[in-house]
Design a binder for this molecule. Structure first.
Ligand code: MN
Ligand code: MN
Ligand code: MN
Length: 294
């Protein structure tokens, strides 16, 4: 049995990105890097796409790792953008694939809107450049890099601070589906719906509790208790909310590539012992593969 708290159990990382969305490493490179870092169980959770999962699956198999099907879906909750990670779903589920295709259209549309808004601000169009930097649909990080290449800003951070960050002109969030809807896509495809990095939304504790209660009312059943750059106090607080809401617990680096923004793949603390790890709810088939690892 794999447990969260035993030394010698495989290192688990259930949240990371590749060039299939806004990561800087290809799916193959992400898995290889995970392997080098001693990760035994990895979920590739690109934004609104499963385009990298098949490639990652093949590499993981060759390396004796278990790759969990994954995705990170954007959605709206009371006017706020929220991220829900889907884990261990049937990646051939027609409803989910349809929904993902729709999300992709939304992201393309959003990219065009970001570009238009930047142009209206007097900046040059960088849509083509952003597209070239992205393997899939360009997101804000690609726009940021394109603006650096154009010499508009010295660094990506400045692009976010001035044009792309929360509340800025290039922060487009009105087009995502509802929280409950994306939770349903995941659970109906047999997956676990995980509320991603709950501390990153900067909600008050009261509002965070309301989010979790809406999330679980809609069928969500897991909370990402461990995430990059989180204080031990935040982790302890999320562990408490996890128990109170009877959710299972997940954890992931949210690795997007080498650099100082994200912790390394697999380099997370252990899940607090009293929590129920999300992988105990994975499909029988996946759990059998996990048991063979330990
Ligand atoms: Mn991202
Ligand atoms: Mn996210
Ligand atoms: Mn992420």
């Amino acid at each position: 049995m794999i447990a969260s708290n035993l030394t010698g159990s495989p290192t688990v990382d259930l949240h990371c990105h590749s060039t299939a969305s806004d990561g800087t490493l290809s799916p193959t490179e992400v898995v290889e890097r995970g392997h080098e870092q001693g990760v035994g169980v990895l979920a590739l959770t690109d934004h609104d796409t499963v385009a990298g999962v098949a490639e990652a699956m093949a590499v993981a198999q060759a390396r004796g790792m278990v790759l969990i099907s994954g995705i990170e879906l954007s959605c709206l909750w009371r006017g706020q953008t929220i991220h829900v990670v889907g884990l261990d779903f049937d990646s051939g589920d027609p409803v989910l694939l349809d929904a993902v295709e729709q999300q992709e259209r939304v992201r393309h549309e959003r990219a065009r809107t970001i570009d238009e808004r930047l142009i209206r601000k007097g900046l040059p169009s960088v849509l083509e450049q952003a597209r070239a930097l992205a393997a899939g649909v360009p997101g804000r990080p690609h726009f940021a890099r394109a603006l650096v290449e154009q010499g508009v800003v010295p660094r990506s951070e400045a692009a976010f601070r001035r044009y792309l960050g929360n509340g800025k002109v290039g922060d487009i969030k009105a087009c995502w589906p509802d929280l409950q809807e994306v939770v349903q896509w995941i659970t109906r495809a047999g997956g676990q719906a995980v509320l991603a990095h709950p501390r990153k939304y900067r909600l008050t504790n009261t509002r965070l509790k309301r989010l979790i209660s809406d999330f679980t009312a809609g069928g969500g059943n897991s909370i990402e208790v461990l995430s990059s750059g989180q204080s031990p106090q935040d982790t302890a607080y999320l562990a408490r909310l996890c128990l109170e809401s009877e959710c299972s617990a997940s954890g992931g680096s949210d690795f997007h590539g080498p650099g100082r923004h994200w912790c390394e793949l697999g380099k997370l603390p252990q899940l607090p012992q009293e929590l129920n790890p999300v992988w105990r709810s994975f499909s029988d088939h996946t759990r059998q593969r996990l048991e063979m690892l330990s």
